[in-house]
Design a protein around this ligand. Sequence first.
Ligand SMILES: *Cc1c(COP(=O)(O)O)cnc(C)c1O
Length: 371
Amino acid sequence: MVDLKSQYEKIKPEIDAAVIEVMDSTAFINGPAVNRFQKNLETYLGVKHVIPCANGTDALQVSMMALGLQPGDEVITTSFTFIATAEVIALLGLTPVLVDVDPDTFNIDPKAIERAVTPKTKAIVPVHLFGQASDMEAIMDIAEKYHLHIIEDNCQAIGADYFFKDGTKKKAGTISIVGCTSFFPSKNLGCYGDGGAVFTNDDDLALKLRQIVNHGMTVRYYHDMIGVNSRLDSIQAAILDIKLKHLDEYIAQRQKAADFYDKAFANHPKLKTPARFKNSNHVFHQYTLVTTDVDRFKLVEFLATKEVPAMIYYPVPLHLQKAYLDPRYKEGDFPVTEMLCKTVFSLPMHTELDEEQLQHITSSVLEFINQ
Ligand SMILES: *Cc1c(COP(=O)(O)O)cnc(C)c1O
């Protein structure tokens, strides 16, 4: 699904030098590389504060802690996402309230959010799924009306632009009070291990976040709140700092591959190519098609025989995951999510896809679908 090896080979001299620099300095934790990357990411995103942490899941968790969410508070999120989003809500003793998604963008449906608000609701977690921002202006209107926090799960959409109705734009993940990202190797900005970060323009929240990721420490060995240990290590930061310089070019390569797929599958009666939402560009963490009358598992098997990897993100909606079964929810509650879980599949999407590979992938898909 991703070709990290070819990507690494192209930037190997830069990466190797950066890693060796950290090794020589032995500043493995909170070394200068971490600060440098943090500053460069702040500039790239146009956000006041980037707080690096250990992974995207932690980024979500510390955001919820810093906002002061308390056990019993309800947090509204999408039923069609990676499990981490709901996992941290549950782990903190908060109550996940799931809502359905838009069938075209796969992102949380703002109308469904408003219907799910109760007096206990404290926050909304929109996930910018597959590389495209959610309908943030509509979500912000609801948040304002009911005094709710918004935590953007931007693990899949780093670098995406959100275009406001008034013509201004912001980077996805920096639109609301707090945004979270993951630097997992296969993410659009990925390191060579685990990593994550939180973004905010709020000075007080930034301070709190920095304390929480560092054991709730204000002055060394003085702990004013309960925190966690969640750090981005210096080697990963040094690698990310190099890859950040290439991020826009990486995004362009993903978009080019997506355009190729779009053309190959345009107007096919059994395949629906990903819709582009007018308020966001698409940075294509995944290229996900909706099928009609296609046995996806057979398709994936067939593609494997042609050495084409394909994946189903996500086969099971959150409310039907064993660990999250809840008497509040049953099959049929989120018809769009359930339909997507039964019909979507994703094709290889990365920075190293050339025309020949794309041609082979698309003709293999069409060979199966048209037989
Ligand atoms: C990857 C991902 C996460 C978690 O990130 P990790 O770094 O793997 O912890 C959370 N939410 C979404 C939507 C993701 O894609």
